[in-house]
Structures are given as C-alpha cells and as structure tokens.
Design a binder for this molecule. Structure first.
Ligand code: HPA
Length: 279
C-alpha cells in the first residue's frame, strides 16, 4: 500500500524511511517535491507541509498541489501531523489528539478541486471528515506504544479541530468564542487539506500534537518558538506513532470499512485523463 505522510511544524526528517529519493510531480497547481521511500513494508511519500526550513506560512501552502501530487503518485491514505493549541483543559501540552471533526474558520484559501466549469461541481458528505479507519489504526498504535514500560504520553481518540486563517495566533476573546463553539484544539493547517483529500478519494487523518494552551488560557504570551520547542521535545513520540501506525495498516486499517475512496469517484472521472499522464 502507498501511504502519504504530511509533516507539519517540527516534523521534517523522515529518518524511519529507507531508500529515500526526491521526486518531482507536476500538477495543474504547481510542482510538488516529496520524498519517496519505504517503511514498515509500505511505500511512503513524505511531504513537509511548510517546505524546507518552514518557509511557507499556513495561508500560502499549496494544498491543492500537495493533495493532487499525493493522488498522482497513487497514495491511498495520508497521515498528517499538526501542532495545535489546546482549548480543552483535559488536552495538555505533549498530548496527541486524533481529531474526528473540524470547524473551518479560514478565510481565503482554495478549498476544492471542483471549482466549476470543466472541473464540475461537487458537494461531498462530511459527516466523518477524518477517515475513521485510519483514526482507529492510530489509536491502536498509540495504545500499544503507551503500554511499553516507561512510556509517558497521553492521547485522545477524538477532538474538534478549529482551523484559523493565521498566520497570527488568536486573541483570548477568539479562543473563548471558539471554546463556546465546541472546539478542543486550534491550528492553522488542517483545512482545506482534509477536504481536498476527501475529494481526491484519499483516506486522511491527523495526529494533532498539543504544543501549548491556547491564547489567554495560560496567562503568558504565545510564540512560534515555544510551539517548535514542544514539537522538538515530542518529535520522537510523533515519529514512533507514525511508524507504529504504518506497521498496523495491514491489520487494523485493512479490516475497517470506510467510504473515503468512494467519495473520490467523481474526482477520478473528471481528472482521470490527467492522472493517466502523471502515473
Ligand atoms: N493557535 C494556532 N495554531 C497553533 C497553536 C495555537 O495556539 N499552537 C500550535 N499551532
């Protein structure tokens, strides 16, 4: 099976991959330069979302090119990572959340492949926005890692991710409002990545790593350095979870039924000829 990993803030080096080579994928939205290799018996495509050296801010990420590139390479499932702030006192810095819902508060992003004219129009179901089979696999992986002697981390099997436009952090008033809306964690990148993956018929789920309490909740100021510092501290946990999830894909994920690929039927139809050229 071919599996994509989209690395968020602080997740840049796929040391667990063997036979790594850089590939170039032309897409109608621009070029993508992922790394391809192998891990745990799978072909893996790794893409650091913010580019090398974290040079692309959340609102300028070419989400369409990234997801198109994954699809053109034949990726069937994407595991993404994301640094998030927590609005939920039960989700502490260092905890992982396998989010199951999102609230979209972005403002200015291209969020669909179906933008009319020759690309058609589509209104997909988002009752289960993150692939339930992948989330279950991640939870099984995390559970197994936590059972190891000396393992010290907590994870949550669900949570609501509110996606803001950024690049600034939120005001405490915004965070109070988002908490009233039911958000557990806040970040700037899950949307529209999750929606585009569904359109393309790719299973998609996220390991959200809590790096901080959201603005106003801890009293102090918030910095990007603090986010990166906590990510660095938990880097090995995130990679261990990714690796264990890959290891469990055959048994857990394959045994679950999800409808993510079915949702991509129209996409395959409309873009089939272009994929044909890329594959
Ligand atoms: N807000 C938005 N994005 C984030 C945060 C936050 O508090 N922490 C990490 N990414």
């Amino acid at each position: 099976m071919k599996i994509g990993i989209i690395g968020g803030s602080g997740v840049y080096n796929p040391d667990m991959m063997g036979n790594v080579k850089e590939v170039k994928v032309e897409t109608p939205y621009g070029m993508v330069l992922p790394l391809m290799g192998e891990a745990e018996g799978h072909e893996v495509v790794f893409l650091p979302r913010h580019g090398t050296g974290h040079s692309v801010p959340p609102h300028r990420i070419n989400y369409q090119a990234n997801i198109w590139g994954m699809r053109a390479l034949g990726v069937e499932a994407i595991i993404a990572t994301a640094a998030v702030g927590s609005l939920n006192p039960e989700m502490a810095p260092g905890d992982s959340v396998f989010v199951d819902q999102f609230i979209d508060f972005t403002k200015n992003r291209r969020q669909t492949f179906f933008d009319g004219r020759e690309n058609g129009v589509a209104h997909l179901d988002f009752t289960e926005p993150y692939c339930p089979a992948l989330r279950k696999t991640m939870a099984a992986a995390a559970g197994e890692l936590r059972a190891r002697p000396g393992a010290e981390f907590a994870f949550h099997e669900k949570g609501v991710y509110i996606c803001t436009e950024g690049p600034r952090f939120e005001t405490p008033a915004e965070i109070r409002a988002y908490a009233l809306l039911g958000a557990d964690v806040v970040g700037m990148t899950s949307y529209p990545e999750v929606a585009l993956a569904r359109e393309a018929g790719i299973c998609y789920a996220t390991i959200a790593m809590v790096t901080n309490l959201a603005a106003g909740m801890a009293g102090g100021r918030l910095t990007h350095e603090e986010v990166l510092e906590v990510m660095a501290k938990n880097n090995s946990t995130v990679w261990a979870m990714l690796q264990k999830t890959l290891e469990k894909m055959e048994r857990v994920y394959a045994a679950e039924a999800c409808t993510c690929q079915e949702a991509g039927r129209d996409f395959t139809k409309v873009f089939g000829h272009i994929f044909g050229e890329n594959q």
